[in-house]
Design a protein around this ligand. Sequence first.
Ligand code: GRF
Length: 321
Amino acid sequence: MTGKARIAVLISGAGTNMAALVYASRIAPCPYEVVLVASNDPEAAGLKLAAAEGIATFALPHKGMTREAHDAAMEAAVLKAGADHIVLAGYMRILSDGFVERWEGRMLNIHPSLLPLYKGLDTHARAIAAGDSHAGTSVHLVTPELDAGEVLAQIAVPIVPGDTPASLAERVKLAEHQLYPRAVADYVSRWRNPAWLLDQLRARALALPETCEQESFGSAGFRVGEGKSGKYFAYFADRPHGHERIALLVKASGMDELHALVEDQPETYFKPAFYGARGWVGIVLDRPDLDWGDVEAWLQRSWRAVAPKRLTRLMDVAEEF
Ligand code: GRF
């Protein structure tokens, strides 16, 4: 199966979260490895640790550089290291939109608050001043808007009497060191997580007109049409009979297409047991480079092959224009 995800960690300071990520990666089985630690501050303590751990490092002060030029240099180092994800761990720079957009879905950050509360700086002082019972930490995807991307994981941490921003920060970091490696590991391996794959598939299948979900022989199935007259157009198959992989079963146009697909792209398509004989093709879903646009197109085709005429007729008319 495919190798580990390759992450580049960007830091500006102590780098304790970076250290947590590195040490977690040394406990098998970990689905990622740290291939670069980079910083905008050559004095960042974390750089020395990374180097001592035999990890490639890169440092470039941002002073005197435009944001775009500095980001471009950091990005070049990330690409040179062959990283496929960027993990921000106390990287105290706002990133340019272009950089963020190029890495959308592949860049994560950890922020010391229970987002959406307290975006930006001084999170602990603000939580204490507000009289909150808990502070916390959030791992989120990075989008151009600061600290606003999808939250992937959170831990709440109590604020205790007498807490100062510094004492609270220290406690929150203990939680961060547990949370970040786990959240990164889950995220980079979601492509082979059956629950995540089914969620993705479900959202797309149920977005088609007049569809519903109905289990079939223990697998999730998706039907179009009303009640008993409805027909299945897709099945989610977690390691179907005779296969190791997680798959989507949809209708091919016939046996010729089915056999051609399996012959041309055996990594992607297969002839499933039982269903294959009736013209259903298996599409392997647990691939890191899976194109969800293709999956969507297959779902539409399959839906169209079995949907009642009154639904497809409207589409045929629409397509003529
Ligand atoms: C962490 O608290 C993190 O949430 C925030 O910056 C801090 C970095 O600490 N973004 P360290 O450098 O990992 O020790």
